[in-house]
Design a protein around this ligand. Structure first.
Ligand SMILES: [Zn+2]
Length: 181
C-alpha cells in the first residue's frame, strides 16, 4: 500500500489476536519493509519492492531491522518527550512479533501491488501471486479499509487505557506513550 503508516493497522490486529506479542516490535516489523523503497529511491533501482517485501525477508531480515529500530526508538524518543519505550529484550517472542509484523506488510502489499516479489528467492520474477486474487478488486478500497481498521483498533487500544481517540490529535506524544507502554 502506498502509505507506510497504514501498515501498523494489521500489526495491531495481530496484537488483538495474540496479546502476548510485543506491540512495538509488531509495529516496527510492519513498516521496515518499506526501507526497500528508500533504497530504490537512493540508488535509482528499477524495482521499488525488493527482498524486504518477500516472505523470506519478512521472516529473516525484517526482525533484525525492527529490533534495531525499536532499540533506537527507546534511546531517542524519551529525549523528545515520548516516554514508555523499553529497550527490546532479545527473545523468541520479540523475534516472532517482528516477523509477524513483517509478514502482515508483505502479504498486504502482495495483495495490493502487482509487483511484489513475495516468493523471492524461490521465484525469481517480481510479480505477486496474490495480486490477481483480490488486488484488482481491493486496490481502490485498500487505503480506506486500512485507515478505518487502524482508527478502529487505535480507538479500542486507547479506550482500554481510559482515553479516547482524541488523544492522538490533542496529545500525540502521550498517545504514543500510552499505546506502546
Ligand atoms: Zn511495502
Amino acid at each position: 500500500m502506498p502509505l507506510t503508516l497504514l501498515h501498523p493497522a494489521y500489526a495491531l490486529a495481530a496484537k488483538l489476536l495474540a496479546p502476548r506479542l510485543s506491540l512495538p516490535l509488531l509495529a516496527a516489523g510492519s513498516v521496515v519493509s518499506d526501507l526497500d523503497q528508500v533504497f530504490a529511491f537512493l540508488t535509482g533501482f528499477e524495482h521499488r519492492r525488493l527482498v524486504l517485501h518477500s516472505v523470506f525477508g519478512a521472516v529473516i531480515i525484517v526482525p533484525l531491522l525492527a529490533l534495531l529500530l525499536v532499540w533506537l526508538a527507546a534511546r531517542v524518543l524519551p529525549r523528545l518527550g515520548v516516554p514508555g519505550f523499553d529497550t527490546p529484550r532479545l527473545s523468541l517472542l520479540a523475534y516472532v512479533s517482528a516477523a509477524i509484523g513483517g509478514l502482515t506488510h508483505v502479504l498486504v502489499d502482495g495483495l495490493y501491488h502487482a509487483e511484489n516479489p513475495l516468493l523471492w528467492p524461490l521465484v525469481a520474477n517480481v510479480d505477486s501471486p496474490l495480486y490477481p486474487l483480490f488486488g484488482r478488486v481491493l486496490y481502490p478500497l485498500f487505503d480506506v479499509l486500512s485507515l478505518v481498521l487502524l482508527l478502529t483498533l487505535l480507538r479500542h487500544a486507547l479506550r482500554k487505557q481510559g482515553y479516547g481517540l482524541w488523544l492522538l490529535a490533542r496529545e500525540p506524544k502521550k498517545a504514543i506513550a500510552v499505546l506502546f507502554s
